[in-house]
Design a protein around this ligand. Structure first.
Ligand code: GP9
Ligand code: MN
Length: 437
């Protein structure tokens, strides 16, 4: 048709991965608590500095038998960082190849996003907690379009002389001060906590450190990173203690994810020796470092550490299936990580990609550098015609998926498609009560 929605819909129907019957609906009616771990990379998990674990709480959660933990989960953001991670997690579409999705398209586009789906299908109330001002990334204009009921931003919290760091309220204070609001929310609720303290330049005041002794590399950003990650870990430990005490723990599915790298590529030379990576393949090392945590914890859930390759785009269908909402009719471009049909090709935003065997770095329209994941060695494609063909085919699939997403977003195509049983979100509806407006 003239609207251009047919192509994306056909793609989605072919790309849809059926729920896994062992997991479909196991978290039905649970509250959903999503915790966005700012700038948190997977290598921090189980990493020790001077024999001390950096993130002991997250480590214990990672290996907990009621946690589904992913060891090969990648962020997929471009320049949009936090904004574009949020976009993928809640709309099931990619962020932008350049710039940030939220301020550019979030205020104007039509969405079928997580808060609205959960509300309409299962009566969830929704809220975001974040220690920065609401207008940052135009969040206060985007969240109503996602169907969020409440947004508790910096103006919802008390601040004092030492309560802020960088963009806003320190994480421990944000979690603690969120409780009075959380306790008022109608259950089941879907809430998102966007943490902030583990953000570049990771400059933690001494009074917020519990004595953790960090690395002594030549790069202070690298050294500081462990301090703020350790602080975030403590903040999470305190928040979980509250959840247990209040009884919310048993009624909730807790989802944690790292939004993107904290240590940028130019600082990897100071980081990788700490991790025991060989320095001979910086491009391979950098791709490897784009792993971020993804964990789903529910009391009683059959968990385990999964080596399935996936990324942020796959989170929304995974979560919806866990609470028993089939995603067949939604235009989401990821695949349930628990589905037997999940395909292990993880697009990066620049058209590079990961498979369970290969790290594939895009160098030009149809040119790729390919590394073996197991050896880290570069593979000469001229000597491997079969692999060379596969790499190009997979690359085409990746480009197609990204360009369909861009088309949907840039042309606001969801205007022309409303899934069965879905009511378009009206951001001016009274039920969106914004504290800061
Ligand atoms: C700002 C915060 C940081 O409120 O979410 O965003 P980032 O710089 O990581 O994109
Ligand atoms: Mn971020």
């Amino acid at each position: 048709t003239a609207t251009g929605i047919d192509g994306p819909l056909n793609f989605q129907q072919a790309n849809y991965a059926m729920p896994n019957s062992k997991y479909f609906g196991v978290a039905r009616k649970k509250n959903i608590i999503v915790i966005h771990l700012e700038s948190f990379q997977q290598f921090l998990i189980n990493f020790k500095v001077n024999d001390q674990e950096v993130t002991p709480f997250l480590n214990s959660l990672y290996s907990n038998k009621n946690t589904l933990s992913y060891s090969n989960f990648f962020h997929q953001v471009g320049q949009g960082k936090t904004s574009d991670a949020e976009t993928m997690l809640e709309t099931g579409l990619f962020g932008l190849p350049e710039g940030s999705f939220f301020p550019q398209l979030g205020p104007s586009n039509t969405f079928q996003a997580a808060p609205a789906i959960l509300n309409q299908k299962q009566g969830y109330t929704s809220a975001v907690f974040h220690g920065n001002v609401g207008s940052f990334y135009s969040r206060n204009k985007v969240y109503p379009n996602f169907g969020y009921n409440y947004f508790f931003d910096q103006s919802s919290f008390n601040s004092s002389e030492n309560s802020d760091l960088g963009f806003g309220l320190k994480d421990k204070l944000m979690f603690a001060q969120s409780i009075k609001y959380l306790e008022q929310l109608q259950q089941p609720f879907y809430v998102k906590y966007i943490t902030l303290t583990n953000h570049y330049p990771f400059d933690l005041p001494i009074e917020d450190n519990d004595g953790f002794v960090t690395t002594q590399t030549n790069n202070n950003v690298v050294n500081n990173y462990f301090l703020t990650a350790h602080y975030l870990d403590n903040a999470l430990k305190e928040f979980f203690a509250y959840l247990k005490k209040s009884g919310l723990y048993k009624r909730s599915m807790i989802v944690l994810y790292g939004d993107h790298y904290g240590i940028s590529n130019d600082k990897n030379p100071d980081l990788t020796p700490l991790l025991g990576y060989s320095e001979s393949q910086p491009e391979f090392n950098n791709a490897k470092l784009q792993r971020v945590p993804f964990m789903i914890h529910v009391d009683g859930l059959k968990g385990g550490i999964k080596d399935t390759y996936g990324g942020e785009i796959d989170v929304l269908p995974t979560i919806l299936h866990l609470v028993g909402i089939d995603t067949k009719n939604y235009l989401q471009l990821g695949q349930d990580l628990l589905s037997k049909e999940h395909i292990q090709i993880v697009p990066f935003r620049d058209g590079s990609y990961m498979t369970s065997e290969y790290t594939v770095i895009k160098k030009g329209k149809k040119f790729y550098n390919v590394y073996s994941n197991s050896t880290g060695e570069q593979i000469d494609l001229a000597e491997n015609p079969v692999l060379s063909g596969n790499i190009k085919d997979w690359g085409k699939q990746v480009d197609q998926r990204l360009s369909i997403s861009d088309k949907i977003n840039n042309q606001n195509l969801l205007r022309f498609y409303t899934p069965d049983d879905f009511k378009p979100v009206d951001p001016n509806d009274d039920k969106y009560e914004y504290k800061d407006q």
